[in-house]
Ligand binder design. Structure first.
Ligand code: G3P
Ligand code: MG
Length: 253
């Protein structure tokens, strides 16, 4: 599968503007909106089970306290990950990566899996996520993109599952993005839209890589980024950004 088959707009953490991020409800909401691809974050519990969750700290989006990386899956599974967002989401759980993959397969979605790592656990995270994805990703679905801010996680991932597409995530594009990207064999750079410059997009695209931007929730920012040559954007409100992209006549890939 080519990068050009990845749509212009991906749902961020599922559809995080409408449902509690990184829950099954958020994944389902994205599908209901007609989104074709989603991004979700995954990290390891203390007993090294991949779960779908953004922060290391539990407090922002659950009724738990402390670090997810210091808790067992059994403890994590008890937590409410939906009530903070709204009463209709009470009893949403932190999904395991396997739960999420099953739901994604049922819904026929494309996936960008972002690897989140505790400090010092980059290699384990990459290896474990790769073996789960390799064993359980449905071959009927498009080949997923695996991304991370951590080069070591991507490198360990690629040793186990070299055929999956990889992307390096950056806030500010580092000067040495090209040799790092080449070493990791990435097909894209995922950039924070707050810091990205037009000439950087041009430069990355000239080297044959896709540029995907997070997190884009305003139509005018999406329009500017696409006019620069950005390939895709991640949005908490993917339906709204999709509509404005269509209105501007930017073809949806
Ligand atoms: O993967 C794109 C984006 O999600 C990276 O930042 O913090 O939202 O996971 P963050
Ligand atoms: Mg993310």
């Amino acid at each position: 599968m080519q990068d050009t088959e990845i749509p212009r707009v991906l749902g961020h953490r599922g559809a995080a503007g409408y449902a509690p991020e990184n829950t099954l409800a958020s994944i389902r909401y994205a599908a209901q909106l007609g989104v074709k691809w989603i991004e979700i974050d995954a990290r390891l519990t203390f007993d090294e089970v991949p779960v779908v969750f953004h922060d290391d700290r539990l407090g922002r989006t659950t009724n738990g306290r402390g670090s997810l990386s210091k808790k067992l899956l059994a403890e994590i599974s008890e937590l409410d990950a939906g009530a903070w967002f709204g009463s209709s989401f009470v009893r949403q759980r932190i999904p395991t990566l396997l739960d999420a993959l099953e739901e994604i397969e049922r819904l026929g979605l494309g996936l960008n899996l972002e690897l989140k790592c505790s400090p010092g656990k980059e290699k384990e995270t990459g290896r474990i996520m790769a073996s789960v994805l390799q064993s359980f990703w449905s071959p009927k679905l498009p080949v997923p993109v695996v991304s991370s801010f951590k080069a070591a996680a991507l490198s360990a991932f690629s040793e186990v599952a070299p055929n999956f597409k990889r992307a390096l995530i950056v806030h500010r594009l580092p000067k040495d993005w090209l040799p790092i990207g080449q070493l990791l064999g990435v097909s894209a750079i995922h950039c924070d839209c707050r810091y990205l410059k037009h000439n950087q997009v041009r430069n990355i695209r000239q080297h044959g890589l896709a540029v995907r931007c997070f997190t884009v929730n305003q139509a005018e920012i999406a329009a500017r980024l696409f006019s620069w040559g950005v390939t895709s954007v991640f949005s908490d409100f993917p339906d709204q950004i999709n509509q404005s992209v269509k209105a501007l006549g930017i073809p949806l890939e």
